[in-house]
Design a binder for this molecule. Structure first.
Ligand code: G6Q
Length: 556
């Protein structure tokens, strides 16, 4: 195998660049016309998930070269290294073992000689018995009432995954307590989410790996004051607050009984932590058995990812097709379009999973990369997005590869809603690919009896150039198992791209600078608001001017 520290100088990358010179003019319509079996050749089934990647600007040769790129990047060794617990998050000197969290088998996974699976199983057992107590009503609040609402307080990785999953699996949560998520430091978030809650029936799950995050700790303290204001006894905290964290001292200092702390470990990255005790709120909402199904689905996808040959490997193909567009066509964005209302937070979740992981511009040797890395991810559920931003995807000057995600069976049979939803789901990728030629547009307008002048004027506006690529992921149904597998597939897609781009997908130094500046500005705001004189000259004039406006107009 040939290895080079700059993938863009590797033989496969160069071969892809050469191949791209011809491939960029490929018309997908022609590819389908010339190969009646294109769908079966360019799609894969894994259990209840069909991954159709036929509507892409690729040929067998493209895939062959992309697969070579993965081999040259040492993907196989990298997968093994991650799953056996090597410290692949080198800037933080940590292993990356979210795959161990969903592996409920007997095989051990060792870090520095210790089998982490022992702790993983112990925490899962604790989640099991706690969720049974809450859901059955055996756990009572301070005044003896049953807990009816769980409020998860967390942010980023301690919020987006659990929130997305609990929304996605809400059909499985009918008998559990209601779930709410408070994340934003904006007090309106806590106020609105707590407005109609009865503290006697509310349990707060403070989810924070570090237990120092400004937003989470501020919200947790406000929640504590809110509770104490109404229940008037510090003893109440024990029955109304539990913590999910790696920071035992922090949890105790807050006043949460360490017995009510659910532990996880530094080898679980925030955005990969829903599988750990960070999933506690989900588990309370849907019950332990469904939570375990979620883990099983993710574990199933891990096994597929580790064992399937790369040409039949869903995450690997997703990643390589993404690289093809990102690095050779120069398409910078990717749209995530779930046609399922329960997946309405899926794109938001993936924004973090993908952009925080691969939004990097130095490689593992600390050198500035000479190629593009992580794409811009955005999306909304279909069909809502169709009435909003699809215009640009169909006719804009930018090409945005799309992932359409849909389910064959619905949780809610209501008239023909589902057939209509799915008709749109099938129509959009087809429309993007096939387009509508000027000749066809003209002919249609002529049949409608339109004047030639009007036809001339309208034709350019009504023409769709087509050839716009997409993947389609079709699930049999949105079950905990399939959702677990879907999330894991995207996690691994991100991993593969990180390996090829030689970036560390598991750190997030880029979020630090803003935090540091905000701390200092908070000090200044408070000093100014209390009437002290503060020198703001170290700020640029815009920032200083804005801070002064905030303070000045606050006095009115
Ligand atoms: C995710 C990031 C980040 C993190 C939050 C919350 O990978 O690390 O989004 O999850 O900043 O951190 P805590 O869980 O420590 O509060």
């Amino acid at each position: 195998m040939t290895r080079t520290s700059d993938p863009s100088r590797s033989p496969a990358w160069r071969a892809l660049a050469t191949h791209h010179k011809n491939a960029r003019s490929l018309k997908m319509n022609d590819l389908f016309d010339s190969d009646p079996r294109r769908f079966s050749r360019f799609s894969l089934r894994w259990r209840e998930i069909l991954f159709d990647y036929s509507k892409n600007r690729i040929t067998h040769e493209t895939l062959r070269l992309l697969l070579r790129l993965a081999e040259e990047a040492g993907l196989r060794e990298s997968i093994d290294a991650m799953m056996r617990g090597d410290r692949i998050n080198w800037t933080e000197d940590r292993a990356v073992l979210h795959t161990a969290l969903r592996n409920r088998g007997k095989r051990g996974v060792r870090i520095d000689g210790a089998d982490v699976m022992v702790d993983v199983h112990a925490v899962l057992d604790k989640m099991h018995s706690f969720s049974k107590r809450i859901r059955s009503g055996r756990w009572r609040g301070h005044t003896g009432k049953k807990i009816r609402t769980i409020v998860n307080i967390g942010i980023g990785g301690s919020d987006l995954g659990p929130l997305m999953i609990s929304e996605a699996l809400s059909p499985y949560a009918k008998t559990g307590p209601a779930l709410r998520f408070v994340s934003n430091i904006d007090g309106s978030d806590f106020i609105e989410k707590s407005r109609d809650l009865d503290p006697e029936e509310t349990l707060f799950v403070v989810s924070s790996k570090t237990f120092t995050t400004q937003e989470t700790m501020t919200n947790a303290h406000s929640a504590r004051s809110w509770l104490l204001r109404k229940l008037r006894s510090k003893e109440a905290i024990k029955r109304h607050f539990v913590a999910v964290s790696t920071n035992r001292e922090g949890v105790e200092a807050f006043g949460i009984d360490p017995m009510n702390m659910f532990e996880f470990w530094d080898w679980v990255g925030g955005r990969y932590s829903s599988w750990s005790a960070i999933g506690l709120s989900v588990c309370l909402g849907i019950g332990f058995d469904h939570f375990v199904d979620l883990l099983a689905g993710a574990h199933g996808m891990d096994t597929h990812f580790r064992r399937a040959s790369f040409e039949k490997n869903i995450p690997v193909l997703m990643a390589l097709i993404g690289i093809w567009y990102n690095n050779f066509f120069g398409f910078e964005t990717q749209a995530i379009l779930p046609y399922d209302q329960y997946l309405h937070r899926f794109a938001a979740f993936l924004q973090q999973a993908d952009m925080e992981s691969n939004g990097k511009s130095v490689d593992r040797d600390g050198r500035r990369v000479r190629y593009q890395t992580g794409p811009i991810i955005f999306g909304e559920p279909g069909t809502n997005g169709q009435h909003a931003f699809y215009q640009l995807i169909h006719q804009g000057t930018k090409i945005i590869p799309c992932d359409f995600i849909g389910c064959i069976k619905t949780h809610n049979k209501l008239g023909d809603h589902h057939e209509k939803l799915m008709a749109n789901f099938f129509a959009q990728p087809e429309a993007l690919m096939r387009g509508r030629s000027a000749a066809r547009v003209e002919a249609e307008m002529r049949t409608e009896g339109m004047s030639e002048a009007r036809i001339d004027a309208l034709t350019p506006h009504k023409t769709f150039e087509g050839n716009r690529p997409s993947n389609t992921v079709l699930l049999d149904r949105l079950s905990p198992f399939n959702l677990g597998a879907l999330i894991a597939a995207y996690e691994h897609k991100v991993f593969v791209q990180g390996v090829v781009w030689r970036v560390n997908s598991f750190d997030q130094w880029g979020v630090e600078l803003g935090k540091v500046l905000a701390k200092r500005i908070l000090r200044e705001e408070k000093q100014l608001l209390s009437g002290e004189k503060v020198d703001l000259s170290h700020h640029d004039s815009s920032t200083a001017g804005l801070i002064r406006q905030f303070v000045k107009r606050n006095y009115r």
